[in-house]
Design a protein around this ligand. Structure first.
Ligand SMILES: [Cu+2]
Length: 119
């Protein structure tokens, strides 16, 4: 195979694999398993851009009921960061965050983590 052609195929293979990189959760604020003061924002940072209209974040409180929050929105100018705001101050206890997003490449991912609001 000519060198130029094999090089072109290599680039094609590399770009194809990055096109199939799903949106994985990179980090969160508050971070998973942390103990924090009641947060005004809950922010999830993903490895890829997401379609906010097809993404969701559910926060479940220590009493097992959903904690009311804003609709998820993108942090200004960054389609990799999704934010919800609790509608009222979170009481002390452990909260579970269940998220699902649709990456810009059309692949859905989901996951869950917890953080704790200290007394
Ligand atoms: Cu993907």
């Amino acid at each position: 195979m000519p060198k130029a052609l094999s090089y072109a195929l290599l680039i094609l293979a590399a770009s194809a694999s990055s096109a199939f990189a799903h949106a994985h959760l990179s980090s969160t604020v508050p971070s998973a398993t942390s103990v924090v003061a009641a947060p005004t924002d809950i922010t999830l940072k993903f490895s890829e851009g997401v379609e906010i209209g097809l993404s969701g974040v559910k926060v479940t409180g220590p009493d097992g009921h959903a904690a009311p929050t804003s609709e998820p929105s993108l942090v200004e100018g960054d389609d990799t960061q999704v934010r919800v705001r609790p509608s009222q101050p979170l009481q002390p206890g452990t909260y579970q965050v269940d998220w699902h997003v649709l990456a810009k490449d059309g692949h859905p991912t989901h996951g869950t983590y917890k953080f704790t609001v200290g007394p």
